[in-house]
Design a protein around this ligand. Structure first.
Ligand code: SAM
Length: 261
């Protein structure tokens, strides 16, 4: 390279940094050192926040299995909303939103059906339906914090904060179908809430849900479902035992589809 070209390069570098020779090298060294420090600081923050989050998720899971009161349940979901997906999907290999959405898809051919995600939480089941090209989704939950996370998915046309143990804020025969995963479970919602769900479901409408096998008897499903069938109000289309978590060998409960008659 000619001396003149060298000078030109040096001049351009000087023009960029405003420093000649050794000063320029020192400048580059300092800038690189600062960039390295920034990367290391980001990595340390990330590693710290991951361990912190993991610990929080484990504590929250332990709490979910020891709920006693209504207040406990509400507070649990307030605290869990931001780490729920991480602990359920990454931590436990939670399957029911995917499996229940697949099951409903087999029986619901009309893609424009208006579907209520009952006890929607952060919207895992809704996301599965959205992927299966169902665009008309509403989410119902009584936890404002969980619903806020569901809202961030931008897949629901409405978010409804309501209690499944109370009368629901809808006209009779509003929905074509419902999905309800992980809500008929330990210390959550029992069979009494089914009457309101049936009221707001259209005739021939479908409810696809999971019911944990441990609550089938104690929470009244074993008496109320046969009574509703006998009265010609619903028909059980499918009911099969299945696993709820990919890393479990046990079949935790039922996958069900009921149809309103
Ligand atoms: C285990 S989470 C399941 C969430 C979601 N369906 C899923 O599968 O990830 C249970 C959800 O039910 C909601 N829930 C519990 N009791 C409820 C009630 N009485 N009324 C409305 N939502 C309720 C909780 O707030 C929570 O979001």
């Amino acid at each position: 390279m000619s001396r003149q070209t060298n000078k030109k390069i040096e001049f351009r570098a000087f023009a960029k940094t405003g420093l000649p020779g050794l000063g320029r090298q020192l400048h580059f060294f300092l800038v690189s050192a600062m960039q390295c420090a920034q990367i290391i600081r980001k990595f340390v923050n990330y590693a710290y926040s991951m361990t912190d989050k993991d610990k929080k998720s484990k504590d929250l899971l332990a709490r979910a299995y020891s709920l006693r009161t209504e207040k406990d349940r509400r507070e649990l979901y307030q605290d869990w909303a931001d780490t729920y997906d991480q602990s359920m999907i990454d931590g436990l290999g939670y399957l029911t939103p995917t499996s229940t959405a697949s099951l409903l898809t087999q029986y619901l051919s009309e893609k424009n059906s208006l579907i209520l995600d009952v006890g929607a939480g952060t919207g895992l089941a809704g996301a599965e339906l959205h992927e299966r090209k169902f665009p008309n989704l509403h989410a119902l939950d009584y936890s404002a914090e969980m619903l806020a996370v569901a809202g961030e998915r931008k897949i629901y046309r409405k978010l409804i904060e309501a209690d499944l143990n109370q009368m629901l804020p809808f006209e009779d025969s509003t929905y074509d179908a419902m999905i309800c995963t992980g809500t008929f479970t330990h210390a959550h919602v029992g069979a009494d809430s089914i009457f309101e769900l049936i009221r707001i479901l259209k005739r021939n409408g479908l409810i696809a849900c999971t019911v944990h096998k441990d609550i089938w008897e104690p929470q009244g499903f074993s008496q109320k479902i046969p009574a509703l069938e006998k009265a010609g109000i619903i028909k059980t289309v499918v009911q099969k035992l299945g696993t709820y978590f990919s890393n479990s060998t046990e079949k935790e409960g039922w996958y069900i589809i009921w149809q309103k008659q």
